[in-house]
Structures are given as structure tokens and as C-alpha cells.
Write a protein that binds this ligand. Sequence first.
Ligand code: KDO
Length: 344
Amino acid sequence: MKTLPTVSHEPTAPFNRRSLLAATAAAALTASGLPALAQSKTVLRISTPAVPDDWHAKMWTVFKDNLEKSAPGEFDVQINLNASLFKQGAEPTAMSRGNLELATVSAQDISKQVPEFSIFTAGYIVRDPVQQQKIFNGPIGAEMFKLVTEKMEITPLATAYLGTRQVNLREVHKVNVPADLKGIKLRMPGSKEWLFLGEALGATPTPLAFGEVYLGLKSGTIDGQDNPLPSVKAAKFYEVTKQIVLTGHLVDGIFISIASKTFKALSPANQQKVLAAAQAAAAFNNENRIKEEAELVAFFKKEGLQVSTPDLDAFHKTVQAAYQNSDYAKVWPKGLLERINATK
Ligand code: KDO
């Protein structure tokens, strides 16, 4: 986590937008008498569907505090949680249109524009959070993030571990193999990449935004959902579900990203400060999330949920076969799967 991501950023813009703004602000000072400093701050709007109690919501405060220390008075960091600014999945488009500066972007969001990235949406590919950091902070990450920057006008800054996704059901079912999930309306985020994962697990995937999952579970419009245990706790899904099946089907990552236009307009020194703040935020999230994830089975059992471990070999085989036989695998760069597997 301490090493800088090897993602190669494009060279900085020929002129520095901040100094241009500062000059404009200074000119305005003479005309209006307004303080120049307030006008020259670079606004960084953040949008995330994360609920306040979740580590990947709290990490944005770490980002803000870090930047306030390293670049006092230079940035106005505005954190918008609960998808209050942009709906889940709409963030990359908002960033490329100049309506949003920072967000966490999922592999599923990226895959829409960079199909090669869909390898990271597939179940049972990445083994654990340590390997995940090695993959994305090493040459594979550098190559894949280069594609993201080229095609999406966003620049990934750090990889945050969202956790390992588990199946969480409203009623207790006997779930040992994927066939046992047949007919279960399993809520997935609303894109085809996510729905495919639900299908590969053997369930009937039902699209729903994260913010609507609690009520969906409570009212019974869905039979279950999949998320990492820390999010099951933070969003209180355990209050309206009775079972957790430890499928561990996706070691999930979200990528702290900045609109490339915003990033290029910063001075090189401020680019480094933003990068360092993003990495500090991810490190905070990763450390706390990994620690909490290990403690949560006991918590959910105490809350009265049944926690079971299915036949993981059967899940691995079925899910991996579904991806290997799909159109997704056709665009995975040659040799990438082997390189991921060889990352230790
Ligand atoms: C979800 O909707 O299930 C998901 O876990 C998908 C992630 O990519 C991410 O958007 C996350 O929700 C939100 O940040 C809320 O925790």
C-alpha cells in the first residue's frame, strides 16, 4: 500500500489552471474587494453510494484531512454520500462531462467502456486483498489503468478493497451448490456485468440500486443480495435477512479515480498531494475493512443469522466455467489470467 501506483499519468497541462484562476481571482479582488483566496480553491466534488458507517465512506474524510494538511487552503473537498449527488454507476459519465471530480469506480463500471477490464468482474479470479493490491499496484494495474485513462477520461489513483462478496438471504435455505440458488431473486447492482455474476452463481439476478436494497429485503421484493460483510453490517442488511452463505465469490475492488481534466489542471506538486491523499484513504479503508471482515461472522451469528459455508469447489467450477464460456472472456488480453494467477 505504501508504494505509489504504477499507473502512468499523462503529462500535466501546458498551463496551470489553478494559477490562471488565482490570477483571475486577484484581478477580481481589485474590482470587487472579495478575498482572492476563497475564489482560487480547487473544488473537488466526491459522489459515492456508500453509507456513512462504511469504511469506504469514512475514507473520504481521510482524503480530505490529508489534503488539508498537505495543501492547506488549496482545495475545497465536498463529500456526498448515499448517492446523494449522482446515482450509483453514473459517476464515470459525470466525471467525463466535468460535473464531478472524484468517485470510486467499480470494475463493472469500467468494463462498459474498457471491456478488457471485465476480467476483474469475474468470480473467483482474484484470491485475496493482498493479491489484489499486488495486481493493481504492479505492472498489470499500470497496463489496465492506462486503458482506463485513455478511454474514460478518468485517472485511477488508488485501489480500495471493498471486501469479499457473500450471499445474504432473507430466509434460510439449504445452499450447498449453485443449483440450490435456482429461482432465488438475488439483487445485483443494475448493470449487465453485475447481473451476469448473479446468473453465474445460479440465482435469478434482479437489478436494484444499493440504496433500495434494505427496503427490498424488508418487503420481500427480493430474496437476497450479495455484498461484502462490512457493507452488510454498515447498511444494516442483517436486520432484514436470516442467512449468510460464505460463497466468497468476488474479491471486490473499487478504484478511487479523478476526472483526468481536473487532474491535468493541477500543478505537479498538487497532483502528487492528491495521489498521496487517495492512497492514504485507500490504506485506511483497506486496513479497517480487512480487520472488521475477519470479525463479522461472530457478529452476525450473535445477531441470530445462520452463517453457512457451501461447497466452494462446486461454486468455483460453475462460476469460472460460466465466465470462460462467455463473451467477456473473449476480450480478456492474452495471458492476463495466467499473469494474475502468477501474482503472489
Ligand atoms: C453494491 O451495490 O452492491 C455495491 O457493493 C457495488 C459496489 O461497486 C459499490 O458501488 C458499492 O455497492 C457502494 O459503494 C455501496 O457500498
